[in-house]
Write a protein that binds this ligand. Structure first.
Ligand code: GLC
Length: 589
């Protein structure tokens, strides 16, 4: 196995008024990294990628038919949101059989064909592993309800408390589920409450039961044997809950002060239901499953990508510690969570350093701007900034992650209350659902200007197609030299061709409230600078004040759609004029 052997010698952060300058100096650079360390990951939401059988729902054969497209845009590995058997209360995140494929997505043979074709094309496939919960329609839950041998404690059960006022028993604690309301549900047959940190149909597995731990490792090995290159692991911070006290009582969580809405999960500070220390050990055990599998079966490293929105103090431990390896990449969501519409260059700089400066030595960074749970990047930051964000993701060191459609600048779909299907929306009401809904980011992928954007031949698709698909689609953007897609492809080309972007050092700075500069430099003296005006006003900058070796002239390499310059133009490094939202990748002339 090839490992990153960079040794970090100095990490410094210099705070100056209105800007942050961060640099890392490294020695002993060895020009070898394992595949995932410079990989371009691409998230596919199978339900919305490509429908091969005209039922309005994306499927595996649809994905297989489009793998060439992934090759074309340089993807190394695609991770697929869940494709397993599910009653679809949470669109596949409520799994009723972890070993079977959902009928509407295809069969296990379809999946094997997908893997075989991906392998022929040099693409890796990663599956979504959902360890925290299983569907209440799963065999496991049904057996647990009946207290069948080996399944009695498969889930988190509790008697709750007698109601002093009479009537229904009271839940064991005040814990809230992610999609509004109590995290406890009474089961009339077993006469106990079960825990569900997500919908009522997603019962939390009990990780304090070794049988659960073993079964879930079996799930991992089952899919590894079919040929997957690793897993994205869902909702990891929720795996364990704090143990009850000596009286068998789960402790109530205190109010967070964030919201006054007592049904909203943010109402509580999740002291006992998230980020428990046992969770880290579980991730480390899964890493061992990956490494053991590789040692026994050979082949490339099988990777773990971890979903967590936890604070850095917890997230960075997911990478592992001095003695134990953890996940390859805990997702870095800071570009999502720390940037609101209208963000400043300083905000951007802070968001980048919040990962880069906290990352333990020797680990690999990664950069994410969207996923199926958040509003689409193009709508969240504004379409004017989508190329800039793609430039950042592709130019920052480490792994890049793209959610399907970001390369096209696909916007959110507008989904009415009547058309809403996401439980996060449907569990709320007509007045507030837009605050919670995830449907807008899940509308079908836009392939062309044909019926249903070329996604499906059905009369109706499971979610409506987003407005503007006639021009925002793969076919149209391929044929327009200056398009989000072609800018994305140009970035990928540079990333693949230049050792600088794979191994080079990083320096970045907000030179004022609106202009952000990022430089990659290499021992050969090669350098690239990204200049991003994130503001809606023109600006004039001196590039040589950021890097004195950029004296004289600079040459433009890649431009965003807001730029009025042309590619390959030579410009002065001093008094360089930028238009509103302009972003340029430049080199020395
Ligand atoms: C993760 C998924 C989300 C799902 C939840 C429960 O956050 O990304 O879509 O609803 O876990 O599985």
């Amino acid at each position: 196995m090839i490992m990153d052997t960079f040794r970090i010698v100095v990490v410094c952060t210099i705070l100056m008024p209105g800007c942050i300058l961060t640099c890392q100096v490294r020695e002993n650079e060895e020009l070898t990294k394992d595949w995932w360390q410079t990989a371009q990951f691409y998230q596919i939401y199978p339900r919305s990628f490509m429908d091969s059988n005209g039922d309005g729902i994306g499927d595996l054969n649809g994905i297989t038919s489009k793998l060439e497209y992934l090759n074309e845009i340089g993807v190394t590995a695609a991770w697929l949101s869940p494709i397993f058997k599910s009653p679809m209360f949470d669109f596949g995140y409520d799994i009723s059989s972890f070993y079977d494929i959902q009928d509407e997505y295809g069969t296990i043979d379809d999946f094997k064909k997908l893997i075989a074709k991906a392998n022929r094309l040099g693409l890796k496939i990663i599956l979504d592993f959902v360890p925290n919960h299983a569907s209440t329609e799963s065999k496991w839950f049904k057996k647990s309800v009946k207290r069948e041998k080996n399944y009695e404690d498969f889930f988190v059960w509790h008697d709750g408390y007698e109601n002093p006022n009479g009537g229904n028993r009271l839940p064991p604690s005040n814990w809230l589920q992610a999609f509004r309301g109590s995290a406890w549900e009474w089961n009339a047959e077993r006469k106990q409450f079960y825990l569900h940190q997500y919908t009522v149909q997603q019962a939390d597995l009990n990780y304090r039961n070794p049988l659960v731990v073993e079964e879930m490792k079996r799930v991992l090995r089952f899919w590894l044997e079919i040929g997957v290159a690793g897993f994205r692991i869902d909702a990891v911070p929720m795996l364990f809950e704090a143990l009850p006290d000596i009286n068998g009582r789960y402790l109530d969580e205190p109010p967070s002060g964030i919201t006054n809405d007592p049904e909203n999960s943010d109402y509580l500070k999740h002291l006992y239901t998230q980020d428990q220390p046992e969770t880290l050990d579980m991730v480390y055990q899964w890493r061992t499953v990956m490494d053991d599998f590789q040692r026994i079966h050979g082949g490339d490293t099988r990777v773990l990508l971890i979903e967590t929105y936890s604070p850095a103090s917890f997230t960075m431990k997911i990478y592992g510690n001095r003695t134990t390896k953890g996940a390859h990449l805990p997702f870095n969501f800071n570009l999502i969570t720390m940037l609101n519409k209208g963000f400043s260059a300083t905000d951007l700089s802070r968001s980048i350093s919040s990962w880069w400066d906290n990352m333990p030595p020797g680990q690999t960074a990664n950069w994410v701007i969207g996923n199926h749970d958040k509003r689409r990047a193009s709508s969240r930051y504004g379409e004017d900034l989508i190329d800039t964000m793609n430039m950042l993701v592709m130019m920052l060191p480490g792994a890049s992650i793209t959610y399907q459609g970001e390369e096209l600048g696909m916007p959110d779909g507008i989904i009415s209350w009547e058309d809403s299907v996401d439980p996060a929306a449907c569990n709320s009401n007509k007045e507030i659902f837009e605050e919670f809904t995830r449907d807008p980011a899940r509308t079908p992928f836009q392939w062309s200007d044909a019926q249903n954007a070329g996604f499906s031949t059905a009369a109706k698709t499971w979610l409506p197609i987003a407005a503007g698909y006639e021009t925002i689609n793969v076919e149209a953007e391929k044929n327009t030299p200056t398009s989000h897609l072609n800018i994305y492809k140009a970035l990928v080309r540079e990333r693949k061709n230049r050792k600088l972007l794979q191994f080079g050092d990083l320096k970045f700075k907000a030179i004022n409230e609106k202009v952000f500069l990022l430089e990659r430099s290499f021992t050969t003296g090669e350098k690239l600078i990204l200049i991003a005006n994130v503001g809606n006003q023109p600006s004039i900058i001196n590039v040589d004040e950021f890097d004195s070796t950029f004296r004289g002239n600079v040459k433009t390499l890649i431009l965003n759609l807001k730029s009025t310059k042309t590619e390959g133009t030579v410009l002065p490094a001093r008094n360089l004029q930028l238009s509103a939202y302009e972003a340029l990748v430049i080199e020395r002339a």
